[in-house]
Design a protein around this ligand. Structure first.
Ligand code: HEC
Length: 154
């Protein structure tokens, strides 16, 4: 009896950590009405997007998307990013340099390109950053992101 209890607790914990708990914070007004299929895809993108973000973005933009003093702009509640999603998709792939104003602060450093990332990987990252840290954009579909990525200006 005792062992059974322990076992079910463990199962609950594993399921909780791997699935429900990590994605719940990304549930927002824009995503709660997604159809079943879209919902599953959205959840997958978030998990994979978070991994990619940790590996490729977090050392500059920080785990909590807050940026780094006057050197690296934030992604949490960042007006520049939220203003234009297609511009952000292209920026993730091709990088950027030169002056940029984010939330009324000037930044001028270089963001490296990520030309090896596939369209789906960029879409996963976009879903994660647009639906984390209080950003509530909603689901970004691969099809829409791909057509934006395929027509980025050099
Ligand atoms: C080497 C540090 C570095 C890495 C790694 C990096 N960035 Fe950036 N990012 C910057 C800098 C610096 C800028 C501002 C560039 C400029 O001044 O033109 C920027 C700008 C941005 C912006 C637009 C400004 C804003 O805050 O709205 C977004 C969005 C963004 N980065 C997302 C990402 C994502 C997503 C990744 C991972 C795929 C990433 N960055 C990786 C340094 C970095």
């Amino acid at each position: 009896m005792y062992r059974l209890l322990l076992k079910s607790c463990l199962v609950f914990l594993v399921v909780c950590i791997s699935e429900a708990c990590s994605s719940e914070q990304h549930e927002n007004a824009a995503t709660q009405n997604l159809s079943g299929e879209d919902k599953v895809r959205y959840e997958q993108y978030l998990v994979q997007g978070e991994d990619l973000y940790q590996a490729r973005c977090a050392n500059c933009h920080q785990v909590d998307g807050s940026g780094l003093r006057r050197l690296i702009p934030p992604l949490a509640h960042a007006d520049y990013m939220l203003e234009d999603i297609n511009r952000t998709l292209c920026l993730i792939r091709h990088g950027r340099q030169g002056k940029i104003i984010v939330n009324n602060i000037d930044y001028q450093q270089k963001m490296p390109a990520n030309t090896r990332l596939t369209n789906i990987e960029v879409t996963q990252i976009a879903n994660f950053i647009y639906n984390s840290w209080g950003n509530e954009h909603g689901f970004i579909r691969l099809q829409d992101a791909s057509s934006a990525l395929d027509s980025c200006q050099p």
